[in-house]
Design a protein around this ligand. Structure first.
Ligand code: C2E
Ligand code: CA
Ligand code: CA
Length: 345
């Protein structure tokens, strides 16, 4: 009640943040280093942001979540925009549940080619046509699916569908075509992921040798010891299965862990490829290629869009290529169509 302006509230918030910032020594823990805690503060103002307790606290909560999402240890004022975003998120969350039942999701397959531009496999990429919001890119709904736990049913559907389609292609004459499936970090961290993968392989009768799992560098480096153990588990249970490190170059790999990773491929992040001829990116890409080769891993350059980029990677003898220059992500039917034209290895 002593607050007259928005900026008075901001002052109080910054005092709280300041007071809590100093380190603590905990008497009960024999830790040598002091402990620090962080605070995220959401602020809503009466009556502008609500006239009853529920609305005001709900809006302060929304502001607090924004404070957390934008880096923590800060205070953020509620704004109407947050309501809109929260509603959209809720709408997407509800939509994912229904979408799985109503078959609104589909998979596209983007071919991976070798130096001779022959297709040797493809990456499964999810697409969603939302009944109200229209086509939504995976970047809009995968993070929400992760947050809400819906990634489990969605991820299982993706894996099952991709393996089924691939096994069908393998049977119809393209016996060595592989599918690469993205595993989100929440999915990879699940306790029963190894069992899940195994039962999907069994059900769909895909050969493990025709299956690659893509895990991002960031996901692995979140908890490298656990990740290494899990990767070994997956490979022991399903001999022949391969693991690719996705978005490589964006995740601050520690070199000491990199040499221990039981990965088979490294996918150079498309941000390096799209700006290949700018600043020092060529040198960085060269270093990544040399590093991967010396660790006995194969290289995939993703996001190849131009002839010059293709020539660059061809000269480096960088094994596999993926990008709009060769093929866009295709529906299953269209993939079958181009395979029939004899572009298969
Ligand atoms: P990602 O795994 O790095 O996938 C590659 C993305 O780059 C795809 O975007 C693909 O369409 C796009 N791309 C391919 N070639 C080119 C190119 O030459 N130029 C440019 N500019 N882009 C290219 P998409 O399909 O929108 O997917 C975005 C991200 O969403 C993926 O990044 C992946 O992290 C996630 N995602 C997509 N499908 C799945 C899925 O089934 N499961 C999970 N967990 N994540 C998925
Ligand atoms: Ca990927
Ligand atoms: Ca990638």
């Amino acid at each position: 009640p002593a607050i007259h302006h928005k900026k008075d509230a901001a002052k109080v918030a910054s005092k709280i943040l300041g007071a809590l910032r100093s380190p603590y020594r905990l008497a009960t823990i024999k830790a040598t280093s002091p402990v620090t805690i962080g605070v995220s503060i959401g602020i809503s103002i009466i009556p502008a942001d609500g006239k009853d307790v529920e609305t005001v606290t709900k809006n302060a909560d929304l502001a607090m979540y924004t404070a957390k999402e934008t880096g923590k240890n800060r205070s953020v004022f509620y704004s109407r925009d947050m309501d809109k975003k929260a509603f959209e998120k809720w709408e997407i969350e509800q939509g994912i549940k229904k979408g799985i039942q109503n078959r609104e999701f589909r998979l596209c397959y983007q071919p991976l080619v070798n130096m001779q531009e022959k297709i040797i496999g493809f990456e499964a990429l999810i697409r969603w046509n939302h009944p109200e919001l229209g086509d939504l890119p995976p970047g809009r709904f995968i993070p929400i699916a992760e947050e809400t736990g819906l990634i489990t049913p969605l991820g299982n559907w993706i894996m099952e569908q991709a393996c089924r389609d691939t096994a069908k292609l393998n049977k119809s004459g393209y016996s060595s075509l592989f599918v690469a499936i993205n595993l989100s970090s929440k999915q990879f961290e699940q306790k029963d992921i190894v069992d899940n993968i195994s039962s999907i392989i069994q059900r769909t009768r895909i050969k493990p040798g025709n299956l690659k799992l893509e895990i991002t560098e960031t996901c692995i480096m979140n908890a490298p010891e656990e990740a290494i153990k899990k990767m070994h588990d997956i490979k022991a249970r399903q001999p022949g299965i391969q693991i690719a490190i996705d978005d490589f170059g964006t995740g601050y790999s520690s070199l000491s862990y990199l040499s221990k990773l039981p990965a088979d491929l490294i996918k150079i992040d498309l941000s390096f490829v799209s700006k290949l001829f700018q600043s020092n990116n060529e040198k960085i890409v060269n270093a990544i290629i040399n590093l991967a080769l010396s660790l006995g891993m194969e290289i995939v350059a993703e996001g190849v869009e131009s002839h010059d980029q293709f020539v660059f990677f061809k000269q480096k003898k960088c094994g596999l290529l993926q990008g709009f220059y060769f093929h866009k992500p295709l529906d299953y039917i269209d993939l079958c169509g181009i395979l029939e034209k004899g572009v298969y290895v």
